[in-house]
Design a protein around this ligand. Structure first.
Ligand code: ADP
Length: 289
């Protein structure tokens, strides 16, 4: 016996089938958008956590900076007095070479303490920025001069790329010089005797320039990368651990950032990202061009 279709129930069944199919489709779509929304919420949650960590770090650093700057100011005055009295004694002790040698040791210790005090004040960063379009070549010239004694003592070499010499940034000249000096000092230090250091500039996108300081030293182990920017973190016997935290503060004060990575052929590469500027030339430079 063959079964014939029921002319009354068949349209209902078809309709029901269509309704179920539409329901399944909507359910599937809802499930997909639920998964998307859950992922989005998780992403925003992670972003919020990251921002909160950043904010907490900034607050900690600001408090630490305030305290350190207070101490540095208090220490600076007596240090000045010690320096003054040591130089007076130095003159009085001309006929006593042994005593004079000791006084000179006091004076040189005071000079190195003074350097630490200056670093602490730079880390606290109370200077008002004088931001202007700046030829990186000018900054590099100063950096080369300031780091020359250490470079020569280590018999090192600093290479400057054409891109670095041609770049322009919107920045405070003194602060950017200070940051680059710190990066170059570290690079020379890490590269050691006969080491190589490279200064380069790359397009960092969004109207920014990355100033790269790379070296052929041992590089930075992955587990230290988060910590090296913390104030007072150092692996050196005579380090203060303030150099990179000063670089970090200066980059952030310019609306930029500092990144650490590897040089492709070995060694470390630090990139300080700053706002780019259109080329500006002094009258003298225009005449020379
Ligand atoms: P300091 O130089 O006084 O130690 P910094 O804040 O400048 O302070 O540097 C912190 C630490 O980061 C250094 O002690 C060193 O371990 C590491 N570091 C910085 N620059 C480099 C580099 N170019 N290569 C390898 N390690 C580096």
């Amino acid at each position: 016996m063959t079964q014939t279709a029921d002319p009354i129930t068949e349209p209902h069944q078809r309709e029901l089938g269509e309704i179920i199919e539409a329901y399944n489709l909507v359910t599937e779509r809802l499930e997909r958008s639920h998964v998307r929304l859950t992922e989005e919420v998780a992403r925003l949650h992670r972003q919020l956590e990251e921002k909160n960590r950043e904010l907490a770090r900034k607050e900690r650093l600001a408090a630490l900076g305030e305290m350190a700057a207070g101490v540095a100011h208090e220490v600076r005055n007596p240090l000045g007095a010690i320096q003054l009295y040591a130089s007076m004694l130095d003159q009085d002790l001309r006929s006593l070479p042994e005593a004079q040698r000791l006084v000179r040791k006091i004076a040189s210790a005071v000079t190195s303490l003074d350097g630490i005090v200056n670093d602490i004040l730079a880390f606290a960063g109370h200077e008002r920025l004088a931001i202007q379009p700046l030829a990186l070549a000018r900054v590099i010239e100063d950096v080369m001069g300031l780091t020359a004694p250490q470079r020569d003592a280590l018999n090192g070499t600093i290479h400057v790329s054409e891109a670095a010499a041609d770049a322009f940034v919107r920045a405070d000249e003194r602060e950017v010089t200070r940051a680059l000096v710190n990066l170059v000092f570290n690079a020379l230090d890490a590269a050691g005797s006969g080491g190589q250091v490279w200064l380069d500039a790359v397009d960092a996108g969004a109207g920014q320039i990355g100033i790269v300081v790379a070296d052929d030293g041992p590089g930075i182990p992955a587990d230290l990368r988060q910590r090296i920017f913390n104030p007072f973190f150092t692996t050196k016997d005579t380090g203060t651990g303030l150099g990179l935290s000063i670089v970090h503060r200066i980059a952030e004060a310019h609306g930029g950032r500092v990144e650490v990575g590897d040089r492709p052929d070995g060694g470390a590469a630090f990139t300080m990202v700053l706002p780019a500027a259109a080329p500006v030339w002094t009258e003298e430079e225009k005449e020379q061009a």
